[in-house]
Design a protein around this ligand. Structure first.
Ligand code: ZN
Length: 206
């Protein structure tokens, strides 16, 4: 039996990588994953690392990225931070995966009811900036909230989308990613995960 995803290759096209990710999400949504049932040490040891995509998502415990894309070990590189906020470690990791592993696709995945975005909305509303490194998360998300406007009744939902687009934009202009993106060898795209249905929707489908 040919298992979906087995034909993926590092160095493939962004379009093929995106199609593979989205078909994995459809398997997840339909309740028929081919990989999700085999989370065992034997499965983990069964293959080399040939990732074809890197997914940057939120730490939210309801959004486990390998599961929602029905991906097996070695298939995707996953980075998760609160509200998928970027820092140098995140950007360096993506640069490594793209530059050294030949991965053609970067997907930034936001999700509905994101607590990190909610914290940024609250901080702007109250004028109370959180302490510690949490301030970094809020500071990085705040521009999206400001662009939407606190007066908008849908500020939370719209800021989630805006923040995904801002993150995509920043990555497309990254020092080491901009060239491959301009040449069409690498794509950076944004998506949104629906906590109710499990579906991933692209924010700006090609
Ligand atoms: Zn979140």
């Amino acid at each position: 039996m040919r298992v979906a995803g087995q034909e993926r290759q590092a160095g493939g096209t962004p379009r093929a990588a995106l199609a593979e990710l989205l078909s994995g999400n459809r398997r997840f949504v339909s309740g028929q994953p081919v990989h999700g049932h085999d989370v065992t040490a034997a499965a983990a040891a069964s293959g080399d690392q040939q990732p074809y995509a890197v997914v940057l998502g939120c730490i939210d415990s309801r959004v486990p990225l390998e599961a929602i894309f029905d991906q097996t070990f070695g298939a995707i590189c996953v980075i998760r931070t609160g509200g998928h906020v970027l820092d140098r470690a995140v950007c360096g990791s993506i640069e490594y995966v793209v530059g050294q592993l030949g991965v053609p696709l970067v997907l930034v995945l936001g999700h509905e009811r994101c607590g990190a975005v909610g914290a940024a909305v609250d901080a702007l509303r109250t004028g109370e900036r959180p302490g510690g490194s949490l301030a970094h998360l809020v500071d990085e998300i705040a521009p999206a909230v400001t662009e939407v406007g606190l007066d908008d009744p849908a500020v939370h939902q719209l800021s989630i989308r805006r923040h995904v687009r801002r993150t995509v934009h920043t990555l497309r202009e990254d020092d080491l990613l901009a060239g491959p993106v301009a040449a069409g060898r690498v794509a950076v795209v944004g998506g949104l995960y629906d906590l109710s249905t499990g579906e991933v929707a692209l924010l700006d489908p090609a």
